[in-house]
Design a protein around this ligand. Structure first.
Ligand code: FRU
Length: 509
């Protein structure tokens, strides 16, 4: 008899104690039970934000669903029944990552069906679809739309981003494109493009190429996961650019950073056909934190149920959410304390400033408000921030000015556990005293302009640090020590004297 996968998941959720865990986030998406990984199918529908995600309710049993949460304000999230269960041949070993696209009939969720032969362990990767008229009722098409990878590639062929391309001059109504992460037969990674006029018949256009990159991306890791293409207007030059965000597995550049098991990077250019022109071979990490991977950009459907064009760069902000986790790092304290592991990041409005990707926290449900006093002189003695005493779920932002080599020190946790140290050209994050010391101490070099505005978002065991107004981001999990394992609001001190101006705070607890 086949199992009733939806009933299995609902049962595990009913028995869950995750939400009572003091480490469980309150304004970020975390799994109702079990394990969460990549964000999937992110779409704003009118005024509702949907976040689907890779969801394994019976962790460590690898039955991978798409979980589903919605929010009116990106802060208050409601969990729903999973939207996709691994209940047929094509996805028996996981309904893997993918995206949402608004269509004339509703929304389609595109995902990778992962099947592994139980005898040979051979993988079959297919591109599959679930349709929904209203984002409430989900109907799976139980035969794959793209049945296998093209010649020249292994079965590491996954994570479709599907969007409507109004650049397609041959077809004034626009045609659809699909971007996939692949592995070539020679075991190097790449991104593959497909095109379709009806979302059902797809033609492979070939790999995305980088004609101006001098071969920099020809042998760039052994597999590219979760490629995402986003169009932005550069705020300093006014030029329209296409930013490719992806996760090349197995790169080890000889420079600072790239300390996680797999990296997530971006490249800037202009997509013409399958060529990402102007990408000169340079790439940067999207986030420097201990935990960050597989981010995705929101698609949109407006109040009249029309798709908002992917090509539109001057409308609503393009919002990015990532996975605050990494592959193979599930041994976190929350498994013991609440039977859950990992969560998503805050949404970040993306901007391009002089070719650099900038991420600004976007939390309409938790707006920052001017603190009183709005300026502070921080010196040796540690002090609480007015308004955030004892808080476990808050935002804190300020313009920071360091007097001659001074450093701002931010402690989180009652008996400490996590310490941030910010100087004019450097940030040091130390979680070696926490219940999850993995990675210990990490240093990030900051450029001159990156010191300025600092924002800290803390949600129980999740911390996100934005420096230089979001030009550098550091996401990590902080299982701090202290009373019942709970952080107690930020405590600030300084080596030397540090001035904080335009202090703003917001709290949720
Ligand atoms: C990235 C990833 C994707 C895959 C999914 C499986 O974290 O490995 O490539 O679709 O997770 O859960």
């Amino acid at each position: 008899m086949t199992e009733d996968f939806m009933a299995l998941a609902r049962q595990a959720e009913r028995n869950s104690t995750a939400a009572q865990d003091p480490d469980y986030p309150t304004f970020h998406v975390a799994p109702p039970v079990g394990r969460l990984n990549d964000p999937n199918g992110l779409i704003v529908d009118g005024d509702t934000y949907h976040a689907f995600y890779q969801y394994t309710p019976h962790h460590p049993r690898r039955l991978v669903y798409w979980g589903h949460a919605t929010s009116p304000d990106l802060v208050n999230w409601t969990q729903h029944a999973p939207a996709i269960a691994p209940d047929c041949h094509q996805d028996a070993n996981g309904a893997y990552s993918g995206t949402a696209i608004a269509t004339p009939d509703g929304v389609e969720l595109w995902y990778t069906g992962n099947y592994k032969d139980p005898v040979t362990d051979e993988r079959e990767a297919t591109q599959c679809v679930v349709t929904t008229p209203d984002l409430k009722v989900f109907t799976k098409i139980t035969s794959p739309i793209i049945e296998r990878q093209p010649d020249g590639y292994t079965a590491h062929f996954r994570d479709p981003q599907v969007w409507q391309d109004t650049d397609d001059l041959d077809n004034p109504a626009g045609s659809y494109r699909m971007l996939l992460g692949v592995q070539r037969d020679n075991l190097t990674g790449a991104a593959l493009l497909y095109r379709s006029h009806d979302l059902r018949n797809w033609v492979c256009e070939g790999e995305m190429t980088f004609p101006d990159a001098h071969g920099a991306f020809d042998n760039f890791g052994y597999m590219w996961e979760c490629p995402n293409l986003v169009r932005l207007r550069d705020e300093s030059t006014g030029e329209i650019k296409d930013v490719l965000i992806f996760c090349p597995q197995g790169i080890d550049p000889d420079r600072e950073g790239f300390d996680n098991i797999f990296a997530c990077v971006y490249i800037v250019g202009n997509l013409v056909g399958a060529e990402l022109r102007g990408a000169d071979g340079s790439f940067e990490e999207v986030d420097r934190g201990f935990e960050f991977y597989a981010p995705q950009v929101y698609a949109r459907r407006d109040a009249q149920d029309q798709a908002v064009s992917w090509n539109d760069v001057d409308g609503d902000p393009k919002l990015l959410i990532g996975w605050a986790g990494n592959a193979d790092e599930d041994a976190q304290p929350s498994i013991e304390s609440g039977g859950w592991v990992h969560c998503l990041t805050s949404p970040r409005a993306l901007a391009l400033v002089g070719g650099r990707l900038v991420q600004r926290p976007f939390l309409p449900g938790l707006p920052l408000e001017g603190a009183s006093p709005s300026s502070l002189l921080v010196e040796a003695e540690a002090g609480q921030v007015a308004g955030l005493e004892g808080s476990r779920a808050f935002r804190f932002a300020a313009d920071v000015a360091y007097e001659d080599g001074a450093a701002l020190v931010v402690d989180l946790g009652e008996a400490s556990g996590v310490r941030l140290r910010l100087e004019a050209g450097r940030m040091v994050v130390d979680r070696s005293g926490s219940r999850y010391p993995h990675g210990g101490v990490r240093e990030v070099t900051l450029s001159g302009t990156e010191s300025g505005r600092f924002e800290l978002i803390v949600d129980h065991s999740l911390v996100e640090v934005f420096v230089g107004g979001g030009s550098r981001v550091f996401t990590f999990r902080a299982f701090v020590q202290g009373a019942e394992g709970q952080p107690s609001g930020p405590r600030l001190s300084a080596d030397g004297r540090v001035r904080l101006d335009e202090v703003e705070v917001a709290r949720l607890d």
